[in-house]
Design a protein around this ligand. Structure first.
Ligand code: FE2
Ligand code: FE2
Length: 417
């Protein structure tokens, strides 16, 4: 952690500030303290702050209002809520509006608090050190999209694992019609081998398991927040994009079995495949004109879109997608898959999942299942490809399996409506 980094803590209870001061006494970032939102804003005017951690319940200006102002005035500062259980509803709402990237529960566990702050400072440092292109891209987004509400609630519930948590998770999902339809659709797909019809959310959660459910909630919320059907870009169709990412998810799950028999890896590979091209939806949404030019230039010059992205945006969908994944505090394998799926040799963690998505992406392009906006098959890492030891027969049967596992289009249409 760079020592010149600065954290501002805001809490109206002096004893809380004292314990925070003690916690970071020995080493770490520079610390600043404020006992009210107004004092916090005054400090921010005169100091270069990287991270703000704020209490929620404070007289006059509460933490939600305070972090809203920080977000507007200093969008580059990473923001964290420190809150008690009683504030849960308002805080989840504020998080879904992007007031802060994270929530830390009060009373806190010292180690967890230290880790969260450490990671948030790394994120702040990385934001500062990004290449000029990505920096420009990030700065021109007035703020990155907020983390989707249903996903926030689910994460919050998972972090407070108690005996009732499966019931509570089913209730959260049932409140969101589109997410419920998506969960049921997958629980009934051939991929999860169900023979009898699954028709309740509770059963679907049990069939799919928490890793898959979390991935689907995230994918569904992400797609709903960012896909804008009114934006028409020749060569980039949202339904085709969805078929591309769904096929990639299915294929990554099948391929990773070649490298690992761990079911957790298989579930993660599925989610990673679904979310590997998040950056393209951000480009379609926030850089529509540039994205239009990228797609048409790639077609004209018969090259992959990553090459043109560098020329036009000085950044790529890989960098932009991984930035959003960090912003939403997604698991590391989603950040790494977004960042490295076209350059797997540069990745040093979550290697198997990144490798599976890299090969799945190429195969899905070869099979012409949907479209990611690329007219060319992406570059193939030969060494990674060899790890899967694929024969022509195997490739053909993988194609059949993907086709068989695609959830039926009728229920897909009703769930996206
Ligand atoms: Fe990609
Ligand atoms: Fe892709």
């Amino acid at each position: 952690m760079a020592t010149e980094q600065t954290v501002l803590f805001v809490d109206d209870e002096k004893n809380v500030l004292t314990s925070l001061r003690r916690l970071f006494y020995d080493d770490g970032p520079n610390l600043l303290f404020a006992i009210s939102g107004a004092e916090g804003l005054e400090i921010l005017k005169n100091n270069n702050v990287d991270l703000v951690v704020s209490d929620v319940r404070m007289p006059e200006m509460d933490g939600i209002e305070f972090l809203k102002q920080v977000k507007t005035l200093y969008p580059h500062i990473v923001r964290i809520f420190l809150s008690g259980y009683a504030d849960k509803k308002a805080v989840v709402q504020a998080l879904s509006e992007g007031c802060a990237q994270q929530l830390l529960a009060k009373p806190w566990n010292d180690e967890e608090l230290g880790n969260v702050i450490y990671k948030a400072l790394l994120q702040a440092a990385e934001l500062k050190s990004k290449n000029v292109g990505l920096q420009r891209v990030i700065n021109s987004l007035s703020s990155l999209p907020p983390m989707p509400g249903t996903y926030m609630e689910l994460r919050e519930c998972l972090s407070r694992k108690d005996t009732m948590y499966i019931d509570r998770i089913s209730a959260i999902i049932s409140n969101d019609t589109a997410v419920s339809a998506e969960i049921l659709r997958w629980a009934n797909s051939a991929l999860f081998g169900q023979t009898s019809r699954v028709d309740t959310v509770e059963r679907a959660v049990a069939v799919l398991g928490m890793d898959i459910v979390e991935g689907l909630v995230l994918t569904q919320s992400f797609f709903r927040n960012l896909s804008d059907v009114s934006v028409k870009i020749p060569g980039f169709d949202l339904a085709d994009y969805q078929t591309h990412t769904i096929s990639c998810g299915i294929l990554s799950r099948l391929l990773i079995r070649k490298l690992s028999d761990n079911t957790e890896d298989a579930d993660r590979a599925f989610t990673a495949g679904l979310l590997h091209d998040m950056g393209k939806l951000l480009e379609q949404n926030f850089f529509t004109r540039e994205f239009k030019n990228i797609i048409s230039a790639a077609k004209q010059r018969n090259t992959v879109i990553t090459e043109i992205e560098y020329e036009i945006l000085q950044s790529t969908h890989e960098e932009i997608g991984s930035q959003l994944a960090q912003w939403w505090n997604m698991p590391s394998f989603i950040i790494n898959v977004n960042r490295w799926h076209h350059k797997p040799h540069l990745c040093s963690v979550d290697m198997d999942i990144v490798a599976a998505v890299h090969v799945a992406d190429i195969l899905v392009h070869m099979f012409e299942l949907g479209s990611s906006g690329n007219f060319r098959i992406p570059w193939q890492d030969h060494e990674i490809w060899l790890r899967f030891d694929l024969t022509e027969n195997m490739i053909n049967s993988l194609k059949d399996e993907v086709m068989k596992s695609l959830p039926d289009q009728e229920s897909a249409a009703s769930s996206s409506g």
